[in-house]
Design a protein around this ligand. Structure first.
Ligand code: SF4
Ligand code: SF4
Length: 81
C-alpha cells in the first residue's frame, strides 16, 4: 500500500508483503478474522497475509504474534480524535 489510510478508516492494518513469511499466525489469531492469505506470492515465494480492508479493532494481537519485525503496522486514531 502506498498511501496511508484516511483517518475515517482507522484502525487500519498494513502488511508489508515482502516481509511476510506466510506463517499464518496473524490469520489464525485475529479475533475479528479480518486477515487472509493473498492469492499471490511475494518476492520470497510466500503467499502473504493481507488485511480484508475493514473490521480491524486495533487490538494489536496480529502485531504481537507476528515473528517478522516490521511486517505488520497498525494505524490507530489518536487519542481524542
Ligand atoms: S489489530 Fe486485532 S483486529 Fe486488527 S487485524 Fe490485528 S488482530 Fe485483527
Ligand atoms: S504473522 Fe507475520 S509473517 Fe506470519 S503471516 Fe502474518 S504477517 Fe506474515
Amino acid at each position: 500500500m502506498s498511501e496511508k489510510p484516511d483517518i475515517l478508516s482507522l484502525p487500519y492494518l498494513e502488511i508489508t508483503s515482502d516481509l511476510c513469511k506466510g506463517c499464518g499466525l496473524c490469520i489464525e489469531h485475529c479475533p475479528q478474522k479480518v486477515i487472509e492469505f493473498s492469492a499471490n506470492f511475494n518476492t520470497l515465494g510466500y503467499r502473504y497475509a493481507i488485511y480484508m480492508g475493514e473490521g480491524c479493532t486495533g487490538c494489536g494481537v496480529c502485531f504481537y504474534c507476528c515473528p517478522e519485525p516490521g511486517a505488520i503496522t497498525i494505524y490507530k486514531k489518536p487519542k481524542g480524535a
